[in-house]
Design a protein around this ligand. Structure first.
Ligand code: PXL
Length: 277
């Protein structure tokens, strides 16, 4: 069985980060090892939350894995809470990267033009250098503009603008970049990717649903990680990840009892299993 390591926080309640990555990647028939970087009572969009930083444990955990000769078919990082964690994760990449596995970095730190609580512009620039070590990165447009230090443009852009941003993202050093939340004002929303090694572009769009939810970026990135791990190519993996995210949002909107803080991705598992058969 393939084994992935995902490095991100546990938000105990909140349907994001590890509580999303673990079930979704496991659903692909992939063993999902975790490195929890922090334990929060909820994600940071709640008014009150606790934050137990686990930074001090991370080196010892990864050194002990090394002694046990544990290897991974992929390394996938999400929300990381501090400069120190970026440095430790960068060292973990050096320790566990091989010519057979891949590194996926989701530079979780901002959305809708704004940084999440606790992040600043310097963090975004440091995250950009971590992205340079990845095989593939999946920022949204806000994260991309913070990392490239260019103004955030929310609408009215065209294909050239996106393709230019993608080239600048791969100039950070990563092989492939995928921008999420791309919308050309035609009622569609989707992802646009670029492979700097083959000079190919990838895109996939679906209907723009009327509501947006927390945690959908984590659902997308986890699904992409699972699909790449089982051997789907980038175009196929993007389509699976977008379709599953859209299905999760669709089922959330349909559920009159849905909560405000995440999507009902659990109800979309039959769809996912069917989609990857
Ligand atoms: O969904 C991304 C995410 C992950 N982890 C924590 C967060 C967020 C988004 O706000 O606060 C702790």
């Amino acid at each position: 069985m393939k084994r992935i390591l995902t490095i991100q926080d546990i938000s105990c309640v909140g349907k994001c980060s590890l509580t999303v990555a673990l079930p979704i990647i496991s659903a692909f028939g992939v063993e999902t090892a975790v490195m929890p970087t922090a334990v929060l009572s909820t994600h940071t969009a709640f008014n009150n939350f606790t934050f137990r930083d686990l930074t001090e444990d991370l080196d010892e955990i990864s050194n002990t894995w090394k002694k046990e000769n544990i290897t991974f078919d992929g390394l996938y990082t999400g929300y990381l809470g501090s400069f120190k964690q970026l440095e430790i994760v960068s060292n973990i990449f050096d320790k566990f990267k091989s010519d057979k596995n891949f590194i996926l970095v989701d530079p979780v730190m901002a959305d809708n033009g704004k940084l999440y609580k606790g992040f600043d512009k310097d963090f975004a620039l440091r995250m950009a250098s971590l992205c340079g070590k990845a095989d593939i990165i999946v920022p949204n447009l806000t994260e991309a503009s913070y990392m490239l230090n260019v103004p955030y443009v929310d609408s009215g852009y065209n294909k050239n603008y996106i393709e230019n941003l993608l080239k600048k993202l791969t100039d950070l050093g990563c092989k492939k970049a995928v921008l999420t939340g791309v919308n050309f004002g035609d009622g569609l929303l989707g992802v646009y990717g670029y492979d700097s090694q083959t000079n190919e572009y990838f895109f996939y769009f679906r209907e723009h649903l009327p509501q947006s939810f927390h945690g959908t970026g984590d659902v997308f990135a986890s699904t992409l990680c699972g699909a790449l791990t089982i051997g789907k190519d980038l175009q196929q993996a993007l389509e699976i990840a977008v379709d599953y995210t859209v299905e999760s949002i669709y089922l959330t909107i349909k559920n009159p009892d849905h909560n405000w803080y995440g999507v009902d991705f659990e109800n979309a598992f039959p769809f996912l299993i069917n989609r990857i058969k």
